[in-house]
Ligand binder design. Structure first.
Ligand SMILES: C[S@@+](CC[C@H](N)C(=O)[O-])C[C@H]1O[C@@H](n2cnc3c(N)ncnc32)[C@H](O)[C@@H]1O
Length: 323
């Protein structure tokens, strides 16, 4: 459900208290309209007209008003991600301070094509403020994208790297395509949606722009709702939205290598524990060190690397005590 309306009014009118699982939103930045093209796509020829800015003088109150609504509509345990530059970040942080929302992470999104400057450093990051509404059971799917034991070529954990709070994600270059002044990349939205929601959850964007949040949410088999005040963008993008097939992106996303951890979380029976200990000793005898042996065991048993270490440390310590 999408509404061509000011988000503050739209949320009051159409969204009930505690009804949304996840909000991802990228509010207007409150900067001088003439400078916008520097922050966004520099080639304006394919950009839709009618982008609505918020005058700087109103920005603080505006932020308080929409963030208050965001807090109201979020479910208990629901998540809010706000993407912001640094110019008016202070007003967004102040508005968040006025709520009961809990800060979870302050993420830095580093992108390509920063705003070129000669007499100062080149600005090439946004802030992503990740908050949750207290109470309820927050959704954070730790292993939504990489399993516990998945490693890169340097043997570093992919799960750890994916969950670090500095993200290197390129903006999308869309030559000859109609677009909004600023479009969030599919890769960024996919990551947030995978970690902080489940299929069929409701994802909301207060400032739809090109409807990028809604398009990715739908393609990941979530439901979507949102507001956009600019009628030109709204009319064009709500037609585009109809082309998105629900769930169509699910086959192309990062998913944990389930084959490797097919037994993760299942209870361990005494017989399996004995087999694991026996096989561990065998692997050590064959000349593998502890780490190598456990990696082999992870592949063979389909259990997580760290849970095997914990189990073996405990059981082998008990055996040493008995001896
Ligand atoms: C930074 S853009 C959002 C870009 C969007 N995330 C995307 O990927 O295309 C902010 C959008 O908010 C819209 N906007 C400004 N004030 C608004 C308001 N009060 N209510 C709803 N939309 C508003 C602007 O027209 C603009 O399209």
């Amino acid at each position: 459900m999408f509404y061509n309306i000011d988000c503050r009014e739209g949320a009051k009118k159409y969204l009930q208290d505690n009804s949304v699982d996840l909000i991802i939103t990228d509010p207007p930045y409150g900067i001088d309209g003439d400078l916008l093209h520097k922050h966004y796509n520099r080639d304006e020829s394919q950009v839709l007209d009618g982008y609505i800015e918020v005058p700087l003088i109103e920005y603080a109150d505006f932020s308080v008003e929409w963030i208050k609504e965001a807090e109201r509509v979020l479910k208990f345990g629901g998540s809010l991600y706000i993407i912001s530059g640094y110019t008016n970040l202070i007003h967004i942080l102040n508005a968040l301070e006025k709520t009961e929302l809990k800060l979870v992470n302050h993420i830095i999104w580093k992108y390509n094509f920063g705003v070129y400057t000669k007499k100062k450093y080149i600005s090439s990051h946004y802030h992503i403020l990740f908050y949750q509404k207290k109470g309820g059971n927050p959704t954070f799917n730790t292993f939504a994208r990489f399993g516990d034991s998945q490693k890169d070529e340097q043997n570093k954990s992919l799960n750890y790297q994916d969950r670090e709070d500095v993200w290197l994600i390129n903006k999308e270059y869309k030559p000859n395509q109609i677009k909004n002044k600023n479009e969030l990349p599919t890769q960024l939205l996919t990551k947030i949606i995978q970690y902080s929601s489940n299929e069929n959850d409701l994802v909301c964007d207060f400032f739809l722009g090109s409807f990028s949040t809604a398009k990715v949410a739908l393609a990941l088999n979530r439901n979507a709702v949102g507001f956009e005040k600019n009628p030109i963008a709204f009319d064009y993008q709500s037609e585009e939205m109809k082309k998105i097939e629900k769930g169509s992106l699910l086959k192309n996303i990062k998913m944990p290598d389930e084959n490797k951890l097919f037994n993760q979380g299942k209870p361990l029976l005494e017989e399996e524990i004995n087999q694991i200990i026996h096989r561990f000793k065998e692997l050590k005898k064959e000349g593998n060190n502890k780490k190598q042996s456990i990696e082999i065991l992870t592949a063979e048993t389909g259990r997580g690397y760290w849970s095997l270490i914990k189990l073996l440390d405990k059981k082998l310590a008990q055996q040493t005590t008995l001896l």
